[in-house]
Design a protein around this ligand. Structure first.
Ligand SMILES: Cc1cc2nc3c(=O)[nH]c(=O)nc-3n(C[C@H](O)[C@H](O)[C@H](O)COP(=O)(O)O)c2cc1C
Length: 196
């Protein structure tokens, strides 16, 4: 049975670059036999949070929110492709994740950060670590930090040069780690229903 992994990305900028990395992550996971799907916050475009998904009476949440809730519940694991704005998280992705809570529980998540600079969005990645743990995910210890995003991946999301080679190596290890935890969590959910 293939692992189902959702890859989240949340820049709303017209000239956004992180989509290269999100596409790369989806494509690379798919090439490893994963059922990977991109969840693009800009494309779903939920408004600034008013009511969380669970605050709607059953069946009355807006369609895009209901569809996404179903996908999150069905997933075996998550990847968060996170850029960095002023040492912080990108608001579009944070807004989307805050709509949900229990839907995230009992699955692993991995963080893939990026930036235009050399630190690869590591400061935003660190913030996401605490947030994803608070939302009931088990954050794996492997992470990927991609600096100089436009030099590392070309406009079609293909690795280029030395930096691209380095990404391919680090992403392979990250994907191995995520796959191991994804399968471990799925087996445990089947063996023992989650306690709450
Ligand atoms: C509002 C804003 C703030 C930024 N702050 C940071 C920052 O704190 N650290 C950093 O490394 N890059 C920063 N950058 C540069 C981004 O890493 C770069 O623009 C990246 O491509 C943004 O992701 P996106 O293109 O997917 O929106 C910032 C960019 C913007 C637009």
């Amino acid at each position: 049975m293939a692992n189902r992994i959702l890859v989240f990305y949340g820049s709303y900028r017209s000239d956004r670059n992180g989509i290269r990395l999100a596409d790369y992550a989806v494509r690379t996971l798919q090439s490893r036999g994963v059922e990977a799907e991109l969840i693009d916050a800009k494309q779903i475009d939920l408004p600034m949070l008013d009511r969380m998904y669970k605050e709607y009476p059953t069946g009355e949440a807006p369609e895009a929110m209901e569809t996404l809730a179903g996908k999150i519940r069905e997933a075996d694991g998550f990847v968060f492709v996170t850029g960095e704005y002023n040492w912080g998280m990108q608001p579009g992705l944070k807004n989307l994740t805050d709509y949900f809570l229990e839907e995230w529980f009992w699955r692993p998540a991995g963080i893939v950060s990026y930036s235009a600079g050399r630190l690869g969005g590591a400061r935003a990645g660190l913030l996401w670590h605490g947030t994803l743990a608070e939302m009931g995910m088990v954050v794996i210890s492997s992470s990927v930090a991609v600096g100089q995003i436009t030099k590392t991946l070309d406009a079609d999301g293909h690795p280029s040069g030395e930096a691209g080679l380095s990404l391919e190596k680090s992403f392979a290890r990250f994907a191995d780690d995520l796959t191991w935890w994804t399968e471990a969590a799925r087996q445990q959910r089947q063996r023992t229903p989650p306690p709450f």
